[in-house]
Design a protein around this ligand. Structure first.
Ligand code: KG4
Ligand code: ZN
Length: 332
């Protein structure tokens, strides 16, 4: 069967077609970055309107890329939360309308579950069970994954998400939006020996995170040492080192605690090269298999939605006629 995936939870319109036999057969992404850049962050109302403009042409484009027509589709999967309510409603309304017109079912997808399953789009997917580190703009969680739909949260952030912290420190350093990738780039030039930022909560027991203090630390360092280019680079480096090392320490702890031998990292921050490198060193040391999606499927995309929707459908999931979206929706 072929599944059309629709992602509209934030500032990216992502469309993809997943074939249950052949795997992913086509995908495309329209990013709203240039639209929001001058405001320094995502403007929800502008995001919704842009999804409206782009979603149908993009679906047409992806059908053409796959060289199929709507008649060849058997299911529509769409992100129903968490995310921006207006943006989610655009994807939800289009998914339901097309499903009704084409007489096929629609299935709502949890955005975080889709991130977590994204490594299954790759050639060498993980086997269940595994520990997943989900690091996105809105969430930071360590999850014990028994199977699709069988999740236990081992730990999570008590304040800012890792991606949110990247974005906020980027703003402090004057890097604008989108902050995470820009900060990572600046950090490459930084001197790691100059500043040493704290590794929050690593001395405390447990697997929870806290990243909001690092933002204050970055601001105070900037005020104390000035905002010349070199200082900014060094702050970016010290901040990234602190976040990455904290994520590595807690992931190692989660693996030991659960006695698992596989680790998945997913979500926007898993695109961070330094995080990938440090995780690889840790997992080698612990004799753990490490999995992550290709770069473009770390951040939001339609492919992970199509795949997660297919898995949910296999478990009996289907939407009724009501269009429901869930701006706040916990994985458990
Ligand atoms: O998963 P995602 O695309 O959207 C959410 O579901 O939130 O994640 C976006 C987040 C943003 O906070 C962004 O700054 C961060 O991921 N991000 C990065 C990198 N690429 C994206 N953070 C650090 N380094 C990167 N290379
Ligand atoms: Zn996401």
């Amino acid at each position: 069967m072929r599944i059309l995936g629709i992602e509209t939870s934030c500032d990216e319109t992502g469309i993809a077609i997943y074939d249950s036999e052949k795997g992913l057969i086509a995908h495309a992404l329209y990013s709203q970055v240039s639209l929001h850049a001058k405001y320094g962050g995502v403007v929800p109302e502008l995001a919704s309107r842009d999804h409206i403009r782009k979603i149908l042409p993009l679906i047409g484009h992806v059908l053409a890329l796959a060289n199929i027509t709507a008649n060849d589709l058997s299911l529509i999967a769409y992100t129903s939360g968490p995310g921006l309510v207006g943006a989610l409603l655009v994807g939800g309304a289009v998914a339901h309308a097309l499903a009704f017109a084409w007489q096929i079912p629609a299935v709502p997808v949890h955005h975080l579950e889709a991130h977590l399953l994204a490594p299954f789009l790759e050639e060498n997917p993980p086997k269940f069970p595994f520990v997943a580190l989900l690091v996105s703009g809105g969430h930071t969680q360590l999850v014990n994954v028994e199977n699709v739909g069988k999740y236990q949260i081992l730990g999570e952030t008590i304040d800012d998400a890792a991606g949110e912290a990247f974005d906020k420190v980027a703003k402090i350093l004057g890097l604008g939006y989108p902050g995470g990738p820009a900060l990572a780039k600046l950090a490459e030039k930084g001197n790691s020996a100059r500043f040493n930022f704290p590794r929050p909560m690593v001395k405390r027991k447990g697997l929870d995170f806290s990243f909001s203090g690092l933002k204050t630390h970055a601001l105070q360092t900037l005020q104390e040492f000035g905002d010349d280019e070199e200082t900014k680079q060094d702050i970016a480096r010290a901040f990234q080192d602190a976040v990455v090392e904290t994520l590595v320490i807690k992931s190692r702890r989660a693996l030991r605690q659960t006695n698992m031998h596989r680790l998945v990292i997913a979500g926007g921050v898993s695109a961070n090269q330094n995080l990938r490198e440090k995780m690889l060193l840790m997992t080698k040391d612990e004799d753990i298999e490490l999995f992550y999606p290709r770069l473009e499927f770390c951040t939001d995309n339609g492919a992970m939605i199509a795949y997660a929707g297919y898995q949910r459908f296999l478990l009996g999931g289907k939407a009724d006629l009501a269009i429901n979206v869930f701006p706040r929706w916990e994985l458990l």
